[in-house]
Design a protein around this ligand. Sequence first.
Ligand SMILES: [Zn+2]
Length: 538
Amino acid sequence: MEMKKLALVMATIAALGLAGCNDGDDGVAGTPGADGANGNNGTDGRDFTAVNQWYLAGQSTVAKAAESTISDPAGKAKNVILFVGDGMGVSTLTAARIFEGQQQGKSGEENRLSFETFPYSGLVKTYSSNQQTPDSAPTMSAIVTGAKTKDGMLSITDDAVRGDCASGQGHEMVSALALAEMAGMSTGVVSTARLTHATPAATYAHSVERNWEADSNMPAAAITAGCTDIASQLIDFPYGDGIEVALGGGRTYFMPNTENDPEYGSAGRRNDGRDLTSEWTSKHAGSSYVWNLDQFMSVDLATTKHLLGLFENSHMQYEADRSDDSAGEPSLAQMTSRALDMLKQNDKGYFLMVEGGRIDHAHHAGNAARALEDTVALSEAVRVAMEKAGPDTLILVTADHSHVFTIAGYPVRGNPILGLVRSVDENGEAAKTLSVDANGMPYTTLGYANGPGFGFGSSPVNMASARPDLNLYDVTDVDYRQEATVPLGSETHAGEDVAVYAMGPGAQLVTGSVEQNMLFHVMNYAADLEARAEANQP
Ligand SMILES: [Zn+2]
């Protein structure tokens, strides 16, 4: 079977090679054309390989793809790293790529985010079992358990009812992270959101309600019925020897209400009196708990076997604001780097999930600048993983869902991505003046179909029916909120497909348009998680 597949691949490459030698118009070897280009012309003298940078770049991409082998047996991947940009739709990728390129002094469109160089990619259908446009709970549950479920529920099957504790009991789905622990691998969860927020939570917790982050967020009836809060499930994680690395925000969800936050003085959110951070250090030998940048960077990774880092009372800062944080916070790339240094020490391999959690929040606020900066920060974290992870590691980069975020108008190449639209004139040269709407008013390239809309600060400006005169504002300011067509307090998710990028053993399985829950099966096949977990049971 293996040989047969390989033979087919060889035949395909040979056929491509043959076509490459020809001119492409009549299927026989070409002779030099009238324009003097090198031998790639048909007998009719027309040159089908006329050379410019676009053509050559496309040609070399295909040549590289043709060199790659496409067959990996199950279990070829020792390690798996799953990156999730929360709310990182395709328009966010395009805008962030341009944003990053322009920060480097280039026109931007030609730039590529780190993971856009991965050899395989595809599109992912994100609907949940009961909504066309999903939230992060069922989408991440699908990615890490292999089955779609209802909105609001974390790694519980679709036959449960949201918020009904009893309906979820006995319907828990095993996650890829749990399988990895059962297999004796090391595991990690890293996010810039609260560790108890839907995306990271789906990797380690089961809940019929994503908002049950601390016990104080739960109805008494659910507690009486035997359901537990999400923060406690991270500490009480029953598989293997527990999660090795957990880094993110959400500190007060782990603290009793009798204690005050060390950075802000706000009270803990736990009514049950548990101090989960001290439980973490007493439960695991060789463990530590840190809550600021200095402590985090001082952790001795050679001796620390279990590391819990909680860097904010709620979500961590946006990348755009991180340098202003009073206690100091690590970047997503720094968290990824140190997590990998710890996890790599296990000969049996590791599973690491890294979430850029706040791309989503900036979009909900209608604030493109922060969403793009956080997307670039995720790209940097992936770059670290590409450098640190060996060829035995499957890396997936995807999003849970999209946002109603658009890149519109006909701006000239290199126009500032956060700026007002300036188009080209009738000769295709940069226009002298800004493009304007039907009322003669300029507009931004980036916008939202709904949300709080135009303004600065936290309170939206009531636009009534007229558009604001954007000539009067700095639309590239980090606090600027792009206009929105339908006024809503919070911008919404979008229902179209998101992208997935893959490299490493098993990456070839990521292709075409797939259901979101298929991504679990790619990871499970590539790293043989179920079989390894089974084989490791006493
Ligand atoms: Zn472990």
